[in-house]
Design a binder for this molecule. Sequence first.
Ligand SMILES: Nc1ncnc2c1ncn2[C@@H]1O[C@H](COP(=O)(O)OP(=O)(O)OP(=O)(O)O)[C@@H](O)[C@H]1O
Length: 255
Amino acid sequence: MAKHFREVAAVDGVSFSVRPGETVALLGGNGAGKTTTISMLLGLLKPTRGSIRLFGLDLARYRHKVLGRMNFSSPYVDLPHRLTLRQNLMVFAKLYGLADARARIAELAKALELDALLDRRVGSLSAGQKTRGALAKALINRPELLLLDEPTASLDPDTADWVRHYLERYQQETRCAILLASHNMGEVERLAGQVLMLRQGKIVDSGSPDDLLFRYSRQNLEEVFLDIARDRRAAGEVAPGKPNRGESSHSEERA
Ligand SMILES: Nc1ncnc2c1ncn2[C@@H]1O[C@H](COP(=O)(O)OP(=O)(O)OP(=O)(O)O)[C@@H](O)[C@H]1O
C-alpha cells in the first residue's frame, strides 16, 4: 500500500502480513511512515494505492466486519478527559457491542491494576496512568489484531516492563496478532518476532531481531537501527551507491 499527501510519499509501496500469535514491529525514524501505516490499517486514511486485507477480508469493503475484531492504542489519541475511566471503557464496550461490559471492565481493571483509577476523570490521570487506561480500552473487545503505537511511551521502566509482560501473556492466551510501532529497541527485541525497517515510507530491511543482529554484526537492535537510518549496509550487502537489498526486494516482489 501507499499513501501520498500531495508531494509527500508518507508510505511508498509497503507490503507485509502479521499472522495470529505473531508480533511484527514497525521501526523507523521520525516521519518514516509508521503512524500513516497504522492509520490506513484502522481505516482512518484511505491508501492512495494498494489494498489491505484483514482476517482475509478487504478492509475497504468489509470495514464494519473487521474493525470489531481489532483495536489500537496510541499515546497521540487521548480518551475523552471529562469522563471517568470507567465511563470511557463503558462507552467503548457499548460501541463494540459487548454483552458483558461490566464484567469485562472489572476483569481488565484487575489485570491492569486500574481499580483505584476507574472512577477518576481521565483528565486527572498521569501520563503513565492514561497509557494503562488506553491499554484497557485497546483490549476491551478481546481483539484478534492489536495495533500498538508506542505502547509504553511515558511509562516508567518498571511499569513499561509490566505492560510488556502483560501483552506477552495476553498474546499467549489469545493468539492475538500484534503490530507494534516503537522507538524502544529493547521492547522490540523482546516482543517482536519480525521487524520491518521503514525509511521514507519504504521497507528497507526486515527480519527477526536475531537475523538483523547477525546480518549487521551488531550486539543490539539500536545499533542496527542506526546503521539502517544512516544507510549503512548489512555485512555482505551491495556497496553504497547501489540499490539497497531490502529496498529492491520489497519494491519488486511486494507493493
Ligand atoms: N496529514 C498529513 N498531511 C501531510 N503530510 C503528512 C500527514 N501525515 C503525515 N504526513 C507526513 O508523512 C510522513 C510520515 O509521517 P508519519 O506520521 O507516518 O511518520 P512516523 O513514522 O509515525 O513518525 P514519528 O516517529 O515521528 O511518529 C512525514 O513526512 C509526515 O510529515
